[in-house]
Design a protein around this ligand. Structure first.
Ligand code: LLP
Length: 432
């Protein structure tokens, strides 16, 4: 049976996370419930930092992409591990700042940042603003001038790499809402503008080629293309930019069929390719930033649900209904994302049937997963969906006015609430 790191089965046949029995967690906090294993988050961050130090001693930073899972305690943990963070909105920025996150280690992203958010980022002293397009560059220059501040920026470029088809199809990437296109010269033109615009200091370039990628080649290729671009910028303008942010996208295991590489392998390969390319181009190795999100948060999290009922439609299929669904995990409804679902209180029992795990929202597409082999579960049994730590809580909604579940952090057999579950009063807080 596939289990993410940090999960075990105890002698009562129950699933455990961070040393806590999930059946006891469900009894103590109720369901649905998000649970995260603190050690697993910290170990993932440490492994990235370790491999960066080992393979790229020229210098770099790991900046956790907090869109994967954003709440105060996440930023505190990331900060304690010495990493930076990617924030993609003023809301994420605000949460990071409220957690005491050092602003100078924040990277502010987004393909359409309003002037008010740029202003907030500059006033907070955000380390780098990653500028997506020309209108935004002009907006930022105007805001910086008005505030009498300087914005240190990276320019987001699209290097023409389609990671998901595993081939480097150039036209594929031109069709992207993100970033400045390299192929048609837009990116170079934007660099030239950034070099002369008031209130702007350009430090380097950024790209993000996709998410849940297992193959190392697209990362290597992106790093090479970006370094080549830095060399081109020097040739064309005389400016030697020193930073390169390669984004995130490292794949994780949702099921036994997924075989992610250890992060150190990516680092070793990217670093090797960069060293070779830097020599070829006679360009100094830049400071590099990686922005992993999913690979930090996803494997650390599970979601616990209680079964409400089982509906067998002979010759068709069996539905197992749970007390959550697309409001707390929209990823199956959105992407048909694969997950491993287990009967958390019956881990040693053999599967007796395949079932569709149905959510409680008023729509047929509200599923958590289909064709899940399960033991003989019935009303009151506990299910756990694994690897839900990323893009679940952060993409949750109040559809059908379902309150968002609490988030509990588990470590060394102890648990604590890090995000309170919403109440009905929370649901009507802004209603007038
Ligand atoms: N940096 C930038 C600029 C990004 O846009 C992203 C993710 C990351 C870093 C982190 O990528 P990661 O390491 O998590 O793959 N909602 C989708 C994922 C969207 C990812 C968006 N950008 C999902 O649930 O699969």
């Amino acid at each position: 049976m596939f289990l993410s790191k940090g999960l075990t089965i105890n002698d009562r046949g129950h699933l455990t996370i961070g040393g806590c029995d999930t059946v006891e967690l469900a009894a103590a906090y109720g369901t649905p419930l998000y649970v995260m294993d603190e050690d697993s988050i910290r170990e993932a961050l440490r492994e990235y930092v370790r491999s960066m130090n080992e393979h790229y001693p020229q210098g770099g930073r790991i900046a956790y992409a907090s869109k994967a899972c954003s709440f105060l305690e996440m930023y505190r943990i990331v900060n304690e591990e010495g990493c930076g963070a990617d924030v993609a909105s003023a809301g994420e920025l605000y949460t990071a700042l409220q957690a005491g996150f050092p602003a100078d280690k924040l990277y502010f992203h987004g393909n359409n940042k309003p002037a008010g958010e740029l202003c907030m980022a500059l006033e907070a002293g955000v380390g780098r603003i990653v500028v997506d397009n020309l209108p935004e560059l002009h907006r930022l220059s105007a805001v910086a001038k008005e505030l009498g501040r300087t914005a240190e920026i990276l320019l987001r470029v699209t290097p023409g790499i389609d990671a998901h088809t595993h081939s480097f199809i150039r036209t594929g990437q031109i069709d992207s809402k993100f970033g400045l296109t390299m192929e048609n010269g837009d990116a170079l033109e934007a660099v030239k503008e950034a070099l002369v615009l008031e209130g702007i200091v350009i430090k380097g370039v950024h790209c993000h080629i996709g998410s849940q990628i297992f193959d190392a080649d697209p990362f290597i290729h992106a790093a090479e293309v970006l370094l080549q671009f830095l060399a081109e910028i020097r040739r064309e303008t005389g400016a030697a930019l020193t930073e390169m942010n390669l984004g995130g996208g490292f794949g994780i295991a949702y099921t036994g069929g997924d075989k992610p590489r250890p992060y150190s392998e990516y680092m070793a390969m990217v670093s090797g390719a960069l060293k070779k390319k830097a020599e070829e181009l006679d360009f100094p190795l830049p400071f590099i930033v990686l922005e992993p999100g999913r690979s930090i948060a996803a494997p650390a999290g599970i979601t616990l649900y209680t079964v409400g009922g089982v509906k067998e439609i002979p010759g068709v299929r069996t539905y197992v209904s749970v007390d959550g669904g697309m409001a707390d995990n929209p990823r199956y409804a959105l992407y048909q994302a694969e997950y491993t679902v287990v009967a958390a209180g019956r881990m040693n029992e053999p599967a007796v049937r395949n079932a569709a795990i149905a959510g409680r929202c008023c729509e047929s597409g509200d599923m958590i997963q289909e064709n899940v082999p399960l033991p003989a579960v019935d009303s009151g049994d506990l299910l756990a969906v694994l690897a839900t730590g990323a893009y679940n809580y952060s993409m949750s909604s109040n559809y059908n006015r379902l309150p968002r579940p609490a988030v509990v952090m588990a470590k060394d057999g102890k648990s604590r609430v890090v995000v309170r579950g919403e109440t009905y009063d929370d649901l009507i807080r802004n209603d007038i």
